[in-house]
Design a protein around this ligand. Structure first.
Ligand code: KE4
Length: 428
């Protein structure tokens, strides 16, 4: 593969954009090399500025569940643009997508649209704090809820795991209100609640984690969190920015039959345009301005182009009864093919998969939390990533990400991917 044009564009970009990118993971820091610059994409393929075609397993980090340039989304955005791009006034379109989302997702009465997953999660914890009148939250090491201050917290020292900032610019004052727990470790959560229960407003979690690779909740873990929240006047917040409308029409609440108190969305719900959302039952959502005292706002929230794209996506998902099983079958087929290709070449690995989310870990032990995910051999991952890239297969440029399977993938694409993995495995 030649990447001359991408290299030249990267040099130019670095003169005027920090690190040459508008989001750090795109810079390939975790795998080295020069980031490839996308020129266009269609269906399961992305085309770079050098004319290379890649089978895409990132899909804009999740939104392209139905493939790039999905015709109903493209048509809807083009038509809507002709009527104006933003009004800062309520529109019937926002009600239409809100009604559809509420009908698809269990246990919510109202939804508020924002412009990113970060905004959705940031607003959700403010709402939880306002509703419970308590300040602290529990998050899990390795879970990512966007870049607002309360989430950029590393595990602190000491048994009670008080947070410490993991980015300059985040204050100790903020960090003290975020407690860190270990994913899939209910006892650890119980310890934290014991030590702080009167002050904890909420537990926020990726109910299927996707930011340390894909990590499923162990049996009983989510149910245990729900019981702890119910017993301690705390809210359970499901961050479904990745899993919402992907793992089931109703997300993980449907998949695992568990009722969260607040659910956050992003990615798929916008069909590739900037949309986030958070939702809950009336008694909680009615605390939000202008109805209630918890303030939250946004100039472009609910803008017509993003709503048109999101509505097209949700309609397509809602009307396609075979979609989730097709995605599951394609991902299982890929899982089996990868496992065979790596095992044939005696490559130590483990694969995690839930629905259309999958990740490959070059480690002996099962990957069940951040600590076990971090034990993966990153040198092997780097070779794996670049070997596949040079064969036209584009996976996430970090071992701490999940792959996102799109329904646009054919079994020929999957076979091409598995064959490439078998070739690359010989070099690892
Ligand atoms: P955004 O603000 O990036 O739209 O969403 C933040 C967010 C919230 N919750 C979860 C579970 C997420 O995965 C994300 C964002 N995901 C990353 C991928 N790991 C986006 C990629 C990036 O940062 O460029």
């Amino acid at each position: 593969m030649l990447y001359q044009r991408s290299s030249a564009l990267f040099k130019e970009a670095q003169q005027v954009i920090p690190g040459g990118v508008n989001s750090p993971v795109r810079a390939f820091k975790a795998v080295g090399g020069t980031p490839i610059f996308a020129k266009s994409a269609k269906g399961a393929y992305v085309y770079d500025e050098d004319g290379n075609r890649f089978i895409d397993y990132i899909n804009s980090w999740g939104p392209m569940l139905l493939g790039h340039a999905f015709p109903p989304v493209v048509d809807a955005v083009i038509e809507k643009t002709k009527e104006g791009t933003s009004f800062g006034m309520p529109t019937a379109l926002e009600t239409e997508i809100a009604e559809l989302a509420v009908s698809m997702v269990p246990n919510i009465d109202k939804i508020r649209f924002v412009n990113s997953g970060t905004e959705a999660c940031m607003s959700a914890i403010r709402l939880a704090r306002g509703y419970t009148k308590k300040d602290k939250i529990i998050k899990f090491a390795g879970c990512y809820h966007g870049h607002s201050d309360s989430f950029l917290i590393a595990a602190g020292s000491g048994a009670v795991t008080f947070g410490t900032p993991n980015s300059p610019g985040v204050t100790q004052g903020t960090a003290k209100d975020t407690l860190l727990a270990r994913y899939n470790d209910l006892e650890n959560v119980k310890e934290l609640v014991e030590a702080n229960s009167s002050e904890i407003a909420a537990i926020i979690i990726e109910p299927v984690a996707g930011n340390m690779g894909c990590i499923p909740p162990i049996e009983g873990f989510l149910e245990g969190l729900k019981a702890i929240c119910d017993a301690n006047n705390m809210l359970l917040i499901f961050d479904e920015v990745m899993t919402g409308f992907r793992l089931a029409k109703g997300g993980v609440q449907e998949l695992k039959s568990i009722d969260a108190d607040i659910v956050c969305f992003g990615k798929v719900v916008g069909g590739g345009l900037p949309v986030g959302a958070f939702a809950s039952r009336n008694e909680i959502m009615n605390h939000l301005a202008p109805l209630g005292p918890v303030y939250q706002a946004g100039t472009l929230s609910g803008n017509p182009l993003a709503m048109a794209a999101g509505l097209s996506m949700l309609r397509a998902i809602n009307n396609d009864s075979g979609l989730m099983s097709r995605l599951e079958e394609k991902t299982k087929y890929l899982h089996n093919g990868i496992a065979l290709a790596l095992s044939k070449n005696n490559i130590t690995h483990s694969i995690n998969r839930v629905g259309s989310m999958i990740s490959v870990h070059f480690s002996e032990d099962p990957v069940v939390d951040f600590e076990s995910a971090a034990k993966g051999n990153n040198d092997t991952f780097k070779k794996f990533f670049h070997g596949l890239l040079d064969k036209g297969i584009y996976i996430a440029p970090s071992a701490f990400e999940t792959w996102f399977i799109t329904d646009a993938l054919t079994y020929e694409d999957l076979n091409e991917t598995i064959a490439a993995i078998e070739e690359v495995a010989k070099t690892l």
